[in-house]
Design a protein around this ligand. Sequence first.
Ligand code: 5GP
Ligand code: ZN
Length: 113
Amino acid sequence: MEDCLFCKIVDGTIPSAKVYEDEDVLAFKDINPQAPVHVLIIPKRHISGADKLKRSDDKLLGKLVAVANQLAKELGISETGYRLISNIGDDAGQSVHHLHIHLIGGKVLNWDN
Ligand code: 5GP
Ligand code: ZN
């Protein structure tokens, strides 16, 4: 989609530090990491947020989570623990309106909110 930051990362217009890619999914390091491991897992197809997923996207969502779990293993945080987060809307602080799952770990995480 035009003017979508993460679509531009998918098409390579904007560079990213990729950690995983297949035909449906891309994962790359967050530019402003909140923890030693902070990766964003996104569908290549533009979906504006998790609230816009349809039942026909069930398989895609399963794949996004499976990739997140695989990356947690590869990045060495599967035993210590990690958090998967998808922010939806203003109160949650969603700033990029292309569905993404944050994979965050590598330290003890607070639950401030
Ligand atoms: P949100 O606030 O929508 O849940 O998360 C958006 C995330 O995208 C933020 O953690 C932010 O640091 C990250 N981000 C914003 N712009 C870029 C960028 O150009 N490259 C990368 N790799 N991450 C970005
Ligand atoms: Zn997009």
